[in-house]
Each structure stands twice: as structure tokens, then as C-alpha cells.
Design a protein around this ligand. Structure first.
Ligand code: ARG
Length: 400
């Protein structure tokens, strides 16, 4: 990659980011936009006050909100409303099997923060508070919302912690899911690992509107990681596998009551199949099944011996064992499936219909041995909710 290409990327990327977060009102007109916000706001406030009678009369609050939107084109959630918004966004996340604990989500209100430097510092605090001594707690940090003519900041990283994927030709060292972000970090000036390793923690990439993204290395002590070992196979440690303790999703925005919070990183704890079956097992990710099968003495040229299934199971056993021995919260897909069924029952008792997406809820291992497999769900989209930002793409900037 030559210097000139590197330079030319930044203004374009800046443009892309600014337009991506351009408030809708500029597109569909101020009046229409106010009506849209008002409509969403009214529904949200009504829901919030109906579920929390202690907050007082809804009519008074609705009057305030209407006046604020009329005057400013936006309004500010109270702390109670923001907390409710984040929790219900989780409750409405139809792909998440872990929703039984939606009420326990802790909300860090950082709506006054919009500079990259401060966001990076708060992200580090988030990591520390979420992982504590290994007892992971569900946590969200909410940064400044979009406002008319004033888009909020964005975190470009997919998760606060992720591993680099260095591409060279067809070969990727590290996580193939991170190649675009790794390239971006490098172009912004991140030197990368020296030597480049399979588990180099990527720097955090943050974008203030109208400015080029900035990268921030994460302090090692804020990034808890777990070496993967197996309870019965000593050779497993020799594979040199590891994973980070907390998945903090940072490329989704929180949409609630007509307000969009473009940077609102949140986390729960891992279910073993996320790491064992998918992150380390997928052929498009760390692709560890062939090497594990080999060590297990299974011929990988014969589908009839179910080498993939057996390797997957041992990898999941290893992930669970490793997190547990490290004292880091993790759950298995059987426990989590049973909890999800309980969640559905609780929701039903509350008179709520729980949206769920079968293809995401059913675990990628032992599917039919879990109760979530044997039923259908209704999937529908309702706010508050989390939505993924458009994928970061460096298309058109690739050499050759
Ligand atoms: N599946 C993603 C990963 O493997 C994390 C998604 C969120 N997971 C969670 N347990 N909250 O990194």
C-alpha cells in the first residue's frame, strides 16, 4: 500500500462516516422528521410509564416531550427512560438466547461524551467494569445521541475487544472476520503485532463526526483473555488457542423513542458455542476442526466418522473448561436454552409476545437436544432495539 493511497483513503472515509450518520431530517424534511420522532417518542414514553407506574403520570411527561421536540427537533431521555430503553432493546433482540436477565442490564449514562479520546477512555472503563474479577456483568455504555445537525460519535470496531486478521494473498493470520478493521487500523497508523500473531488484540477505532477515525491501543490489563486447555487432553494447550473474556458489541446503535444512540457498546457473557463452534470452529474463522480431529486420531477425509462433530464437541468442552478454570463467567447451550424457555414463559405471563428468530436462537451444536429447537417463534421488529450500522467497507481502496 503506497502512501498516496493511504492518504486518499482518509477524506473518503470521513465523508462516508459523516453521510452515514446524517440525520434523516435532512433527507425527508424537518416537518416529517419531527412527526416521526414524535410518533416513536409517544409510543416509547407510553410503554415506559405503563411498565413503571412509579414514574408518575404519563400525560405530564408527554407534554414536555412534545414541547421539546417542537422546539428542538429532539428531546432528552431521563435517566430512568434511558435505562428502560437499553433494557427493552435487549428484551426485543430476537436473535439473543440470553434474554432472561434483561432486567439486570446496568446502564452507564455517558451521553455528555462525544470526543474520541473520551470514548476510548470510557470503553476501557466499560471493559474493566464488565469483567471485574471474572464475574461478568451485562453492561451498556451510552454515548451522545444523534441530534438535528449534530450526529453523535461512532465506534467503528465490531467489538471493543477483537483479534486482528492480517491478510496476505489468500492467507489470513488471525481472525478472518477482522481483516477490514485490521487494514483500517494499519492505515490509520497502527503498527500491528511484531511479529504478527494469531491473537493480536486490535486497537479500538473511534470516529468523531467530521473527523478521520482515531485508533487507541487497549491496556493489556483491561483485556482479560483465557488460554484454551482441555480437561482430558494435555495436547490441547499446544494448539495455542485463546479467547477474550467479554464480548462487547460496539457496531450497533440503540434506537429508542425516536432517538438514535450511534455509540452504545454492550455486553453479556459468552455461551460456549459462540467461541467453540463458531469463532474457533468455523472454516471461515479460526478453522480448528481439522487440527483437533487429527490430534484425536480421526481421519479427516471420511465424513462417515463424524470427525467434525467430535472435534466440535471437544472444542466446546475445552472452552467451557478453560473459562471455568479461569473463573470467567460462561454458560453452555443446554443451560441457556432452558433459561430461554423460561424467559418466554415469563414474558407470556406479563402479557407480552416475545420476538425470536429460530435460526439465531437454536444453538449451532446439539441443536435438537435443546428445547429451543422443538418449537416455532414469531419474529417481529420493535423498538427500542439494537441495529447494526452499515458494514465498514474499504471497497474501492484496495490495491489491485
Ligand atoms: N457471537 C459473538 C462472538 O462470538 C458475540 C455476540 C454476543 N454474545 C453474547 N454472549 N452476548 O464474539
Amino acid at each position: 500500500m503506497g502512501i498516496s493511497q493511504e492518504r486518499s483513503l482518509l477524506p473518503d472515509l470521513r465523508w462516508q462516516l459523516t453521510t452515514a450518520v446524517r440525520p434523516r431530517r435532512q433527507v425527508i424534511g424537518e416537518r416529517a422528521s419531527r412527526l416521526a420522532i414524535l410518533d416513536e417518542a409517544e409510543r416509547f414514553i407510553a410503554l415506559c410509564y405503563a411498565e413503571h407506574p412509579g414514574l408518575g403520570p404519563v400525560s405530564e411527561r408527554l407534554r414536555q416531550v412534545r414541547a421539546e421536540i417542537e422546539a428542538l427537533g429532539t428531546y432528552r431521555h431521563t435517566t430512568a427512560e434511558l435505562t428502560f430503553a437499553a433494557r427493552v432493546a435487549w428484551r426485543n433482540s430476537s436473535r439473543c438466547i440470553g434474554r432472561l436477565y434483561w432486567r439486570s442490564l446496568r446502564v452507564r449514562d455517558r451521553r455528555d461524551i462525544r470526543t474520541s479520546d473520551e470514548i476510548a477512555a470510557e470503553a476501557v472503563t466499560h471493559l474493566r467494569e464488565a469483567s471485574r474479577d471474572g464475574r461478568i456483568r451485562p453492561l451498556i455504555t451510552v454515548f451522545a445521541p444523534d441530534a438535528p445537525g449534530r450526529p453523535g460519535p461512532r465506534i467503528l470496531s465490531q467489538q471493543l475487544v477483537s483479534y486482528a486478521g492480517y491478510q496476505s494473498g489468500d492467507k489470513v493470520t488471525g481472525d478472518p472476520q477482522s481483516t477490514v478493521h485490521t487494514r483500517l487500523a494499519q492505515r490509520l497508523g497502527w503498527p500491528g503485532g511484531n511479529p504478527q500473531g494469531r491473537f493480536d488484540v486490535l486497537p479500538l477505532i473511534v470516529a468523531e463526526p467530521g473527523r478521520a477515525p482515531a485508533w487507541y491501543p487497549l491496556p493489556a490489563d483491561a483485556v482479560r483473555q483465557v488460554p484454551i486447555t482441555h480437561p482430558n487432553h494435555d495436547w490441547f494447550a499446544d494448539l495455542g488457542l485463546r479467547w477474550y473474556a467479554v464480548p462487547v458489541i460496539s457496531d450497533m446503535y440503540l434506537q429508542a423513542g425516536g432517538i438514535r444512540y450511534p455509540a452504545a457498546p454492550f455486553n453479556g457473557w459468552y455461551m460456549c458455542t459462540e467461541v467453540g463452534s463458531r469463532d474457533l470452529g468455523d472454516s471461515g474463522r479460526y478453522d480448528q476442526l481439522p487440527v483437533i480431529a487429527e490430534r484425536l486420531g480421526l481421519a479427516a477425509d471420511n465424513d462417515l466418522n463424524l470427525w467434525k462433530d467430535r472435534a466440535l464437541t471437544e472444542l466446546n468442552v475445552a472452552v467451557l473448561h478453560s473459562f471455568r478454570s479461569a473463573g470467567v463467567t460462561i454458560t453452555d447451550h443446554h443451560t441457556e436454552s432452558a433459561r430461554f424457555i423460561k424467559h418466554l414463559e415469563t414474558e407470556e405471563r406479563q402479557g407480552r409476545n416475545c420476538p425470536a428468530d429460530w435460526s439465531w436462537i437454536v444453538p449451532p451444536a446439539a441443536a435438537s437436544a435443546t428445547p429451543v429447537f422443538h418449537r416455532y417463534y414469531e419474529n417481529f421488529d420493535q423498538t427500542p432495539n439494537f441495529y447494526r450500522h452499515p458494514r465498514l467497507s474499504l471497497a474501492g481502496h484496495e490495491p489491485g
